[in-house]
Write a protein that binds this ligand. Structure first.
Ligand code: AMP
Length: 302
């Protein structure tokens, strides 16, 4: 496994690979790897000749006052995990290499980035401008055949799909299911911040989404959202948002019809901002409450 630190090294690698009949899979990460990242690395390893993982805590997607300096980092451990997952190249640049003095460009996706995590009372659309700018740079430099993303960040995945289509990147986007702890908490690098008490309380997030899914089958969307919110409140958690949207457009869902509904939640537990979501399939729900729900079954979308 080789570690690349500069765009020039990435460009040289891409030139070399272009001369060979190989497919390249990219897994973009901010590091502090867990099983969620690993599931993406495994898929990339199985499906490509060459696997590139980017490891970069992108400063421009953090808001002033957010946890940029405290974001958990352990490069040595990440490199060891990546090596054992069969990664061929790690791109781990310093911020100055990505944003040299004079850097002035910004890639923005409108609309989709202004709701949920992009709403002003949450992280703001500037967060996603940071994400789409760095992803555009990575796709441009690495030019992967496939990029692997997690359903855990459902809005981010929708925004990146839009970006790829709009700007005609030739990379195929694959979205893999959320990997969870045994008690349902979605794996996240930020879980490392949680005290044992907060960690225990945070399990209410996934439980509230399951509650919503169950109530949807029995009572419809609005009562289901209320049931989910109530579940969180009973655990002493006030969500920033707890909303139902259509996953492709992020338009508010009305729950009428058979289109899948994304119920997404963001909540701060003991100072740590956590997000999660569930995809409810109305047609399945109507076949019986409590039927195995879609969000935990593998869902590959290209
Ligand atoms: P991050 O390092 O948090 O920026 O995440 C890098 C990639 O891993 C993103 O595509 C995330 O959606 C994905 N990811 C993060 N957590 C999980 C998880 N629990 N299950 C699946 N994918 C995840």
């Amino acid at each position: 496994m080789k570690v690349l630190r500069t765009p020039a090294e990435v460009h040289a690698l891409r030139e070399e690979l272009r001369r060979q009949p190989v497919t390249v899979g990219l897994v973009p990460t901010m590091g502090y790897l867990h099983e969620g990242h690993n599931s993406l690395l495994r898929a990339a390893r199985e499906e490509n000749d060459v696997v590139v993982m980017s490891l970069f805590v992108n400063p421009t997607q953090f808001r002033a006052g957010e946890d940029l300096s405290a974001y958990p980092r352990d490069e040595e451990r990440d490199l060891a995990i990546a090596r054992s997952s069969g990664v061929d190249y790690i791109y781990a640049p310093e911020p100055d290499a990505v944003y040299p003095s004079g850097f002035a460009s910004r890639v923005e996706v409108e609309g989709l980035t202004e709701v949920l995590c992009g709403a002003e009372q949450s992280r703001g659309a500037g967060h996603f401008a940071g994400v789409t700018t760095i992803v555009a740079k990575l796709l441009n430099a690495i030019d992967p055949d496939v990029a692997y993303l997690g359903q855990k960040d459902a809005q981010q995945a929708t925004v990146i799909r839009r970006l790829v289509e709009d700007l005609e990147f030739r990379t195929k986007i694959v979205i893999l299911p959320t990997v969870r702890e045994r008690d349902g908490l979605a794996m996240s690098s930020r879980n490392a911040y949680l005290s044992p008490e907060a960690r225990e309380r945070a399990t209410a997030i996934w439980a509230s989404l399951l509650e919503t899914e169950k109530a949807f089958a029995e009572a419809g969307l609005e009562p289901a959202l209320e049931a989910g919110r109530r579940h969180l409140e009973e655990a002493g958690i006030t969500p920033e948002y707890f909303e139902a949207r259509y996953p492709g457009t992020l338009d508010p869902a009305d729950g009428i019809g058979s289109d899948p509904i994304l119920v997404a939640v963001s909540a701060t537990v003991d100072g740590t901002r956590l997000i999660d979501n569930i995809l409810i399939e109305p047609s399945r729900s109507l076949n019986g409450a409590g039927a195995p729900q879609a969000a935990t079954t593998p869902r590959r979308t290209r």
